[in-house]
Design a protein around this ligand. Structure first.
Ligand SMILES: [Zn+2]
Ligand SMILES: [Zn+2]
Length: 126
């Protein structure tokens, strides 16, 4: 059987959302996939059709479930995103200390004090 994507009735079904089988796939009474072949066929108005994702077929595949076995619709994503993100503790801002290399007097090669004047020879060093 060829899969014709464009006219596939499955295209109109959302994935993983139970819909009344009689609406989605009208037809003869069929069985719940979970109840199995040993169960009585049910009227499609009392069955749920659920389109599942198929690893090899982008159109997915549809299974029928009785009301007891129909998968619950996925919870609204807003609930999951509502979870509070823990407050991020900020690392204490370290003051950016200017790593100014100590000025050295070019003559004496000693550290020049904050005055900018060499204590040895008196030469101003910037
Ligand atoms: Zn069932
Ligand atoms: Zn000096």
């Amino acid at each position: 059987m060829k899969i014709t994507r464009s006219s596939d009735w499955r295209d109109s079904l959302p994935f993983d959302v139970p819909v009344i089988a009689a609406d989605a796939v009208p037809g003869d009474p069929t069985r719940c996939a979970t109840c199995g072949v040993g169960s009585e066929p049910r009227d499609r108005s009392s069955l749920w059709a659920v389109k599942h994702r198929h690893p090899n077929n982008p159109a997915g595949f549809v299974r029928f479930y009785c009301s007891a076995h129909a998968p619950k619709p996925a919870p609204a994503p807003t609930q999951a995103s509502r979870t509070r993100t823990p407050e991020r503790r900020r690392a204490p801002a370290r003051p950016a200390r200017e790593e100014k290399p100590a000025a050295l007097c070019p003559n004496c090669f000693v550290e020049v004090p904050a005055t900018g004047v060499c204590g040895m020879c008196g030469q101003p060093v910037s």
